[in-house]
Design a protein around this ligand. Structure first.
Ligand code: GLN
Length: 549
């Protein structure tokens, strides 16, 4: 029977609950268990697709086209399992399902209420992941205990234990143990209050993960154990680590997987973390700094580009390079370039985005990278601005633009496909999720992937306009990957540039710390060559990291 772990958070948001849940998933998977993981979010948006990245960070896209919370990115990177749209449910989606059922007459004659109808729907979302191929489902509850909107979720997970039995459910509560400067002490009171709040909802935690800046002492653990009624070995400390990917090792040292396995009566083999340890060693011994500029619209909230940053770091892990991100506000890019203030960048990433603000800066950055042989990777909107740059500045199509930003442009080299023209409804109108592309033989992209057919995730409305394809190709733009029917351009590159590659997809979503997305791997390789003063023309096409060091 599938068992369930529920991860709640207390005291403060942004404690790294998602990282704790992902790390636990990694540890259980390393013990041979089949793990899946999901996030329940208490907000009312049906999915995060319509939210401003300033507020909520990036929208993570799954293979099946789910627009999900960015924590799913952590889950996939840590656990290395592909998740689906069912791995994220929001209050909005739960209420929509219940209200639709009410309109259909499914509850005829009855009063529809939060308890039991909403809580039953929450339980259904949790149970649907408990398939025959899963030993354990980890469910992270977004928000913090004490929030008004979290109550139906707490009630649902409380009932869940009664439904499936005590030994089949483990409640993990993540809290903060702050250091209070003037008294020079770490404080347990916030943890006590948060556990009291959880208990007032009928949930007694089985494990407490204490986040802290500095390690907490055994006495403090005993105190928390006593006051919160949790065995002392179930009080686990996650002190700040040097890097994110170290957390599974920290939590293992603290005995987290052991306590959870004992609680759930899992009789599982010894843990094998050797691959993860090798990865951490590579991260910590990386020396060569590589400066990657990200030209973005939402740079004041780096979470808006979380997967892009992680994928660039993964590329760095592969090469033994320390990727340093320079955040460049897209509106300022033109000025900075003109003043020569971006000359020391080793590589430029132009990430995805929506809306006109800053787009001229992105086009200028693409042009600069093209002219100065700076490695440049364009992602979705990034590819689109590369195409606009070639159209305007190489082919000479004055006023060339994307129909998204200038519907009156005489040359809409990026535009909506016919079928999309009349759609006015937001949400669900984009090309979303994994699509195959066929790569052009002999192209850089084909060499980088080492394959002819690749699948990457998408999230966009606009496309390379096929009417301009031959003119742009005649000017040197290589369309190095297309949809299998040849209609949609998926990858572009320049034959005589060391690395100037754009893709309509978002390869960052499939990057893993020990298996970087191929385009990011080679982008960082080319940037590193530039940093070291080597010839950055594609030097490395070897997917094995060890031979590079
Ligand atoms: N705004 C562009 C489009 O809709 C690009 C989207 C993106 O970069 N994800 O096509």
């Amino acid at each position: 029977m599938t068992k369930h772990i529920f991860v709640t958070g207390g005291v403060a948001s942004s404690l790294g609950k998602g990282i704790s849940a992902s790390s636990l998933g990694r540890l259980l998977k390393s013990r041979g268990l089949r793990v899946t993981i999901q996030k329940l979010d208490p907000y009312l948006n049906v999915d995060p697709g319509t939210m401003n990245p300033f507020e909520h960070g990036e929208v993570y896209v799954t293979d099946d086209g789910g627009e999900t919370d960015l924590d799913l990115g952590h889950y996939e990177r840590f656990i290395d399992e592909n998740l689906s749209r069912d791995s994220n449910a929001t209050t909005g989606s739960i209420y929509s399902a219940v209200i639709a059922a009410e309109r259909r007459g499914d509850y005829l004659g009855r009063t529809v209420q939060v308890i039991p109808h909403i809580t039953d729907e929450i339980k259904r979302r949790i149970s649907q992941l408990a398939t025959d191929d899963v030993d354990v489902v980890i469910t992270e509850i977004g928000g913090t205990v004490g929030d008004i909107e979290i109550l139906p979720f707490l009630e649902a997970i409380r009932q869940f234990r009664l439904d499936i039995g005590r030994d089949n459910v483990c409640y993990v509560h993540v809290t903060l143990v702050p250091f209070i400067g003037p008294s020079g002490e770490q404080k347990t009171k916030p943890t006590q209050h948060s556990v009291t709040e959880l208990r007032s909802r009928g949930i007694q935690p089985d494990v407490i993960i204490c986040r802290s800046e500095q390690p907490i002492s055994p006495e403090l653990k005993r105190k928390i154990s006593n006051l919160c009624d949790v065995p002392v070995d179930a009080v686990v400390n996650a002190a700040d680590a040097r890097n994110l990917y170290e957390i599974p090792l920290v939590l293992h040292e603290e005995g987290l997987d052991e306590v959870v396995c004992q609680h759930l009566r899992f009789d599982c083999p010894e843990l094998d973390l050797s691959r993860w340890e090798i990865l951490i060693d590579r991260i910590e011994t990386a020396t060569t700094p590589v400066r990657v500029g990200i030209i973005g619209k939402y740079v004041s909230l780096p979470d808006a580009y979380l997967s892009v940053v992680e994928a660039a770091k993964h590329g760095g892990f592969h090469h033994g390079a320390k990727v340093e991100i320079e955040w460049i506000q897209a509106e300022e890019a033109e000025g900075l370039l003109a003043e020569g203030r971006l000359a020391d960048l080793d590589g430029i990433v132009i990430p995805g985005g929506f809306g006109e603000r800053g787009v001229e800066g992105k086009i200028a950055a693409a042009a600069y990278a093209r002219e100065h042989e700076v490695p440049c990777l364009g992602l979705c909107l990034g590819m689109q601005v590369m195409v606009i740059d070639v159209a305007r500045n190489v082919v000479g199509l004055t006023g060339a633009h994307s129909g998204e930003f200038d519907p009156q442009s005489p040359h809409r080299v990026i535009d909506l496909m016919e079928a999309q023209r009349d759609v006015t409804d937001y949400g669900g109108t984009m090309r979303l999720g994994a699509y195959y592309a066929e790569l052009k033989e002999g192209s850089q992209v084909a060499a980088i992937y080492g394959r002819e057919v690749v699948s990457e995730r998408h999230r966009h409305r606009y496309e390379f306009n096929p009417r301009y394809r031959s003119r742009l190709e005649a000017a040197g733009l290589v369309c190095s990957g297309t949809s299998p029917d040849g209609r949609l351009v998926e990858f572009v590159e320049l034959a005589d540039h060391p690395f100037w590659i754009g893709t309509q997809a978002h390869p960052e979503f499939k990057s893993r710390p020990d298996r970087p997305a191929p385009l990011f791997r080679e982008f960082v390789g080319a940037a590193m060559a530039r940093a070291e003063g080597r010839n950055p023309h594609l030097l490395y096409l070897d997917p094995e990291p060890s031979s590079r060091r």
